[in-house]
Structure formats: C-alpha cells, structure tokens
Design a protein. Structure first.
Length: 516
C-alpha cells in the first residue's frame, strides 16, 4: 500500500497512530469494546446534549456543493459562519462558500439561523436538525450558534480536525434533532501564569480546547507571590520588578496590555469571557516587592491608604481592558490579619471593583466579610462558603477534590500535586454540583470552574496533560442535565475524542479507565 493509499484509510492511520502512542508514551490501554464507527450512530458528543433524537433517514453528507447559508445574518453571525466554513474546508478541501440567504436555504446547505424568539433555548442553547438534505442550526444568540457548531464538529468524523486534506469515502453526519442548552451558565477553567508564565499563544491554545467542549469562562490568575503578569501603566514597577520570576526561578514574563486585549478578543470570538484575577491581600509578594511601601508582614498593608491607591490604579486599568462583568480579587489563604482587618479589606476591595462598573468574585474566604448579593464566591475547600448564602451571593463550585486539575491523576502520574486528592477522570466526572455541599442547592450555584494551578505545569503541553481528559468530564458536569449523565456512556464518548486530540496536537493522559 502506498503512502497515498494509506492516507485514504484514515481509520487505519488513526489506529497506527494510536498504537504508536500506546507503545511509546503510555502503558497499554485495555482493548476497547467494539464501538460504533466514527460518524456512525449513536453520535459520541461531549458534553452530551440535553436532548437528542436520532432520525431514521439517511445521513447528511458534505460534498463539493455544500455551502454555509446565513439566514437573518448580521456581521457576528457571518463571522461564525466563516468559522464553520473554515473548519469544514480544511480537511475536506471542498470550497464551502458562505452566503446570506433569504428564507429557506435549500438542499445541500448548512444553515445558521438567528431567531428573535428562541423559545426555551436561552443564552447558549441551540436547535440542530440534520436530514439527508440539509443541516439547520437555530439559536437565539450568536453564542448559541457557536456552541451548536461545536456539536456539528463532533457529529462529523474525527478526520474533520485534520490540518491537511483527508480523502474519505464520505463526510457524513447522522440524521437527528438536537435541542440543547447548558445546565449552568458558568462553565469555567482557570490558568495560573503567575506560577509558570504561559505565552499568549499557549493561552489561546487552551481557549481553543475550552471552546470545543462549550466552556465559556477563562479565569486568569494574573498575580501571586511568584510573579505579576499584567502591565499596569500607572504602576510600572509591578511588571518591571514583579514579573521577573516564577516558580523554580525561571525568567517569568508578563502580558502587555495589548497582549491581554489580544487574549480577550481571541476568547470573545469563541464566546468565552476572560475573568482577570489580581490576588489580594495575601499571595501578593510580587506586588509588594515592587512597591515595598504597601508591604506588611505577609500581605498588603490593609490599614494604609497607599494600598488602596495602588489597588485602585490596578483595578481601574484592568477594568478598562476587560469587557466581562467580573474582576476576581483572590482573597484566599490570608495569614497575619485579624478577622476584622480581613473583612474591612475585602469590603474596600469590593467598593473599588464596583466603582469601575465591575462585579467582584473572590475565593470562598471572602464570605467572612460583608459582601453584596452581586458578588460571587468561589468555593474550593468548603470551610466558609455557606456564609455567602446569607448575603444572597451565588457560588462557583471548584471543589479541590473534584475540579482542581493540578492534582495528580494517580500517585504515579508525573505532574501535579496531591494535597487535595488524587483525581482520576471518573472522580472528576462522578459528582453532582446540586448536592456536593450540604445547604447549597442548584439555585445557589452559577456553575463550576476547573482551576489548573501552575506550580508543576511549565507550559501548554503540561497544562494539556493535566486538563485532558478531566476538562471534558467537567465540561459535561457543567452542561448536561444530571439525569442524562452516566459514566459508562461517558467512557465511550470520551474514547472517541482521542483521534480528535491527535489531529489537534493536544497532549492528554491515557487513563486506563477509558477504552481508547
Ligand atoms: C486556593 O486553592 N488557595 C484557592
């Protein structure tokens, strides 16, 4: 068989690549059970849609004649249509033109339609109807169309992710109807460039991965003891002094304001909101080294006006660069302050954040202060989070024994820490945010977030190893109705993602629990 012929049998190529990977990098995985072929029924989508009905008819096939038709288009929808077309062109080499269409786009088209009366689809919801004749994607918001495109992607064979042309007998999507919307509005992850700096390109690679699984918030931990990572024009020493270090003594780095705006825009185009975090009053040694006049024992000096002047400058500049609603002020693991000092500090920080038109988020310790109902409390260990409920505040769940992606998978996996738990992919998957904490119900929870603290992850390859496959598991926890989720089905759908990650160059942990 020539290389060309080999390439025309992509499943064989995948099998060979998979076998090489299994031999080279990982312990042999158990033999997979016989599963449906990629593109055949049932579709293996993550996160599992809220409702999916297979139709009995023949599939829709992409061909040289397929086009993307925009109905009721505006420039934002046109950009989404172009994103879809670019994705479809890459592996198929089909021209896939994009055109505005009057109602009824006709045979052979993939139609994107924004409707003003989306019924029950909500912010991120969509309806997708696939017949042999056409694909119709309907949503009430551009974000909903973008999420729907991720479903289209996953309904197509994994080869669609190839950077270069792949010859296949067909590019089929099963006939079906999906009506989908997320369980939780907040489906987040967090990166920690403060501990090991990550380049703009690396952050963008992570955003791409989040987008594939319909996540919508990226929280950036932009300062800590080991480094300050964002340019503040009115306080130049924060980066001139505070950015020059990282865990292990590396050179550090920082994002210029232009870099940060590039990240924000890249995320926006994928309907992902950036939440910047500046740690205060603890975890602040990089800042207090740069401006020693605000340094008290192990925190910012909470009784000095100089401190609030500095924080006002920082929050003002970051707020101006951040289109999202929220600024995260950290607030965790503070030592050396009285409870009264801590509470007064958090309340001042809240006033500053609100002054610049933003709402505050803090780690769960902030619930020890008097917070507003609009302030969000991010749970991580559950000592103090229920205090938030008396203020009417909502909670983001980031339980360190389920969702901290910097924890090791097993005692022998290379990267990560162990202080909270070992988190295999089933541990990340098998929990229900509505009953995780006594006294905290579904109505109290805006959603979940999966942080990857950076102490042991030096670059995007390491980040990906910690994230995948657990990020996909947590994306489903956040999106899919609890009653539809079950581990055995998830295992099979997760296994089907691996060929996509191979094409996308995404590193991952080949968990022995998954029939890869
Ligand atoms: C934390 O892990 N200290 C929020």
């Amino acid at each position: 068989m020539s290389a060309r012929e080999l390439w025309s049998h992509p499943k064989l190529v995948i099998a060979i690549v998979g076998a090489l990977l299994a031999l080279g990098c990982n312990p042999p995985a158990p033999a997979p059970p016989p599963g449906p072929q990629s593109g055949a029924l049932p579709p293996r989508i993550i996160p599992l849609p809220a409702s999916l009905s297979l139709a009995s008819g023949p599939p829709f096939k992409l061909t040289k004649e397929t086009r993307v038709a925009l109905v009721g288009a505006n420039p934002e929808v046109a950009a989404i249509g172009e994103t879809l077309a670019a994705l479809l062109r890459r592996a198929t080499d089909f021209p896939i033109p994009v055109s505005a269409s009057s109602d009824g786009s006709g045979s052979g088209s993939v139609e994107l339609r924004l409707v003003s009366d989306p019924a029950s689809l909500g912010e991120d919801g969509y309806r997708l109807t696939v017949t042999s004749d056409s694909v119709r994607l309907v949503a009430g918001t551009p974000a909903g169309l973008f999420r729907g495109i991720q479903t289209i992607r996953q309904l197509l064979p994994a080869d669609i992710e190839s950077e270069i042309g792949v010859e296949r007998g067909d590019w089929a999507m099963p006939a079906l109807t999906i009506v989908d919307r997320p369980r939780f509005a907040w489906r987040g992850s967090m990166l920690d460039p403060a501990r090991h700096f990550l380049t703009v390109k690396e952050v963008e690679q992570y955003i791409d991965l989040m987008a594939l699984y319909k996540l919508n918030v990226l929280h950036l931990h932009l300062s800590d003891d080991q480094g300050w990572r964002i340019q503040i024009n009115s306080r130049p020493k924060l980066t001139a002094v505070g950015s020059l270090s990282q865990v292990g003594g590396g050179p550090g780095g920082f994002y210029t304001q232009q870099d940060y705006q590039d990240i924000v825009r890249y995320a926006q185009a994928r309907y992902i909101t950036i939440v910047p975090e500046i740690e205060m009053p603890g975890h602040s040694r990089a800042a207090t080294t740069a401006y020693p006049e605000v340094a008290c024992t192990s925190t910012f000096c909470v009784d000095k006006e100089d401190t609030y002047a500095l924080l006002d400058d920082v929050v003002r500049e970051i707020s101006a660069l951040t289109p999202g609603t929220y600024i995260h002020i950290g607030g965790d693991e503070v030592e050396g302050l009285t409870p009264e000092q801590y509470a007064r500090f958090v309340e001042r920080a809240q006033t500053i954040v609100n002054k610049y038109g933003k709402l505050m988020i803090g780690w769960e310790e902030i619930a020890k202060a008097h917070i507003k109902p609009t302030t969000i409390v991010q749970q991580w260990k559950s000592d103090s989070v229920t205090a938030a409920l008396q203020y009417g505040s909502k909670i983001i769940l980031s339980p360190s024994d389920k969702a901290y992606l910097d924890m090791k998978y097993t005692a022998t996996t290379e990267l990560g820490l162990t202080w909270a738990a070992l988190i295999e992919v089933n541990t990340a998957y098998n929990w229900d945010p509505a009953v995780y904490m006594p006294g905290v119900t579904e109505q109290n929870v805006v959603g979940i977030e999966a942080p990857i603290w950076g102490e042991t992850v030096r670059n995007i390859t390491a980040v990906e190893f910690q994230a995948m496959p657990r990020l996909a598991a947590l994306a489903e926890v956040a999106w899919t109705p609890q009653t539809s989720r079950e581990w055995q089905g998830f295992r099979s759908r997760l296994a089907a993602q691996a060929p996509r990650w191979h094409y996308l160059g995404v590193n991952y942990y080949r968990s022995p629990l998954i029939p890869w």
